[in-house]
Ligand binder design. Structure first.
Ligand code: KG4
Length: 335
């Protein structure tokens, strides 16, 4: 079964063709990051307008790269939540028109379910159940994936997402948007251990997380150095910041797996590309006797193939939608 998948929840327009949820036939992506970098972050209206401009040409490219004609497509999948609402609406509306025009089923896909499914593309042997650590620009979740479409949130951030925190911290350190990758590179240049940063805990909810205090601490350190002088060891701060994010994520992921009785952990989302977090997850999984799946870097960020992959399993579960399907800025992954 060939599924044409669309992703437009933030600043990547993406269209891809995936066969039977596992084999990528094409994966066309147009990133808008350079445009948003001018403003230090995503400007929602610009994102929507860029999606409008790119999506038809990207779809043609996805079909051509896959060696497909329109009549080869068996279903259309679209990320319909969560995300920047104007951006999501562009991809969803285009996907609806495509499904309607081709006379094939329309499959709604939760964006974070898609991130988790990116791992199915890289690891043919991977099957649920497992514990997923989903860490992206807008979401930070610990998810018990009992089956391909049966998911339960065990822990979540109470405020900022891990990726958002990386982007804000990077900004005050003078790094370009999106800040995760340059922070990662800067952090490699120091052994850290210079800055004592807060590690938040949520009373009564040990698997929940909070990153806003950490973000504020980095902002305050940078502003203080700027105003009072005294210098700032940017590499050490990047390193200590990353370690603090990792200290929040990794032990909780291990504890969530233990509580859910899972021996497999799967990382997903843009922040799963982080070198130190990957290394710490590897170490913790080896210690706890868990099997770890880390997506290849190109499948960590937003893409269309992850939506088509999850779309296959949603279709198998009977989850198709009518033309009245709407887009949502927020949506629980278990719905
Ligand atoms: O999953 P993604 O591409 O988009 C969303 O679904 O949100 O994640 C983007 C986020 C950005 O915040 C970006 O800075 C972060 O992932 N990111 C990283 C790294 N590469 C991307 N964060 C830490 N280390 C990285 N190497």
């Amino acid at each position: 079964m060939k599924i044409l998948g669309f992703e437009s929840t933030c600043d990547e327009t993406a269209a891809a063709v995936v066969e039977d949820g596992r084999r990528v036939l094409s994966d066309a992506i147009a990133s808008q990051a350079d445009m948003h970098a001018l403003y230090g972050g995503v400007v929602p209206e610009i994102a929507s307008r860029r999606h409008v401009e790119a999506i038809a040409a990207l779809t043609e490219k996805a079909l051509a790269d896959a060696g497909c004609t329109r009549s080869d497509i068996d279903a259309v999948a679209a990320a319909y939540a969560p995300g920047l609402i104007g951006a999501v609406l562009v991809g969803l509306s285009f996907a609806k028109s495509a499904a309607w025009g081709l006379g094939v089923p329309l499959i709604p896909v939760h964006h974070i379910r898609g991130h988790i499914a990116a791992n199915y593309l890289a690891f043919p042997e991977l099957e649920p159940p497992f514990l997923a650590l989903a860490i992206s620009g807008g979401n930070t979740l610990l998810v018990d994936v009992a089956d391909y479409t049966d998911m339960r949130i065990l822990g979540a951030t109470r405020d900022d997402a891990a990726g958002e925190c990386f982007d804000k911290a990077a900004r005050v350190l003078g790094l370009s948007y999106p800040g995760g990758k340059p922070m990662d590179e800067l952090a490699q240049q120091s052994a850290g251990g210079v800055y004592k940063l807060p590690h938040a805990h949520v009373d009564g909810a040990p698997l929940d997380m909070s990153f806003s205090g950490l973000k504020t601490a980095v902002v305050n350190l940078a502003h203080h150095a700027e105003q009072v002088g005294g210098g700032l060891d940017r590499a050490a701060l990047a390193r200590d910041f990353t370690q603090a994010v990792s200290d929040t994520l990794v032990p909780r992921a291990m504890e969530a797996a233990r509580l859910a009785g899972r021996k497999t952990i799967v990382a997903a989302g843009g922040v799963a590309a982080n070198t130190i977090i990957r290394r710490n997850l590897e170490r913790a999984c080896a210690e706890q006797g868990c099997k770890l799946y880390l997506p290849p870097l190109k499948l960590c960020g937003d893409n269309g193939s992850m939506i088509a992959a999850q779309g296959y399993y949603e279709y198998q579960a009977g989850h198709t939608a009518g033309m009245e399907l709407n887009a949502y800025a927020t949506l629980d992954i278990s719905e």
